[in-house]
Design a protein around this ligand. Sequence first.
Ligand code: C5P
Length: 394
Amino acid sequence: MSNLNRLVIGISGGIAAYKIPQLIRLLKVNGVETKIVLTPSAFPLVGEDALRTVSANQVYRDGLVNYDMDHIRLAEWGQKLLVCPATANTIAKIAHGIADNLLTTLALSFRESQIIVAPAMNTVMWESRATQENICTLKRRGIIVLPVGFGKLACDVTGAGRMLEPEEIVSYVLASSKSDETLKGKRVLISSGPTEEPIDPVRVLTNKSSGKMGVALAREALIKGAEVTVVSGPSNAVFPSSVCVRKVTTAQQMHDVLHEEFANADVCIMAAAVSDYRVVNYSESKIKRNESGSITLELCPNPDIAATLGAIKGTRILVGFALESSNDESLALAKLEKKGCDFIVFNRADKALGLDSTSIVILGRNGFRKAIDCTDKSVAAQAVLECVVSKPGR
Ligand code: C5P
């Protein structure tokens, strides 16, 4: 059930602005009242009268006399701000906190978790590094960025950059406003990122992991009403501010902190890429280059944290991840058993590492299997948490 009733739509100057009256009508059918804000370059592209008529509200734009601080009043009124279409220029301004018109000022007046952006632009502009970096900035801060469509654009080019169709935007907006509270009162513990094992004061053994899956899992658990604690290895991942983040470096530290937190947890999701080995003899001084040949590092195994938690889990739900370089799901099933997990999320290194998207297969007890191909990590995280809630196969 979506609990969205009041939405502010900010229209910036993309040709797709002509689709907004249709979007407003669809939202109205779904019980959402809208107020519209136009940037100066959107103004000539879409009929103000049409917007006023379908929204049944005044249309807001720069240049109108305003004694009532519209940006603050609109941010108080709206539960969310949908920037749609969002041009490269408006996206850049929001990413950099520039507030030079009513819409961008409004974007600063909403909390980042309340903002949804539906980009629309020419393919080269969409793919430019400047735009992609700005998109990453928005996502990192918790702003929802909808995907762009692929197809023929107004500029006659065929490629990525089309604004999604109004029907698709409505379903994303309603889905992002769902608060199902299915994990209300539950404590969800998530391990995230890599671990680092020191070799000497300047060198470490580590695994590739961006922490993006950990962030997506934390967000989805919050949406479901859980209290979320993340034990994170060294990474640049930014977690929502209501998550309790405990930073660690080595696998042993991650083991110790997870065991401490596990005592109070109802669910534990092991998304971290834990280093399986550490060096036996840490060198207090930097190891010198050996010009005459190779050197040997002796490694010993780290504790298998998931397995040690699996051994004491009781009624808690334990989810592991199995990142493999092949398609052989039996490797993941063996880990499900060995680690005593309730579910194991099988994914391929080449389809997941460092990316915003992933392809996963969730494997559970009694033959449970759910595959999700090429999807955003937030959608994958949603599927994992839905398994935690409904416990299929248990
Ligand atoms: O055996 P493998 O490393 O592939 O297992 C992956 C799963 O086990 C992940 O959930 C990971 O977080 C967890 N793990 C662990 N302790 C280790 C190695 C992996 O908890 N030492």
